[in-house]
Design a protein around this ligand. Sequence first.
Ligand SMILES: [Zn+2]
Ligand SMILES: [Zn+2]
Length: 122
Amino acid sequence: MSKTAKQKREEYRDRQIELLGIDGWRKQLCEKHLQYLKRKFDKFIEMYGGKCACCGESEPGFLTLEHKNGTGGDIRKSKNTNNNQGEYIEACKEYRPDKYEILCYNCNLAKRRLGYCPHTKK
Ligand SMILES: [Zn+2]
Ligand SMILES: [Zn+2]
């Protein structure tokens, strides 16, 4: 009987642990995960225009995902907004400019705090 994918994965893991030690293996897993998230984030930024929809900020380090229909507050309340890593992945699966947009942290924070961004009130 041939090995299942799960068995193969476990064998690979055991070999890596032997090679790197358990801490090294954990570190590698963690780095891979971070790289994966970064790739998804980069893709999201690229897909949705590469800059803040409000002020045009284009430094990826400042940018974040915003739910367009989230202004009512209902979605916010039901979700942990600090953990939206899964949402980048969701947003990348399908291009939905009606649902998501890019905002920089400044605009995002202002919108959450004030309900609008001061940029729009000139
Ligand atoms: Zn902005
Ligand atoms: Zn703004």
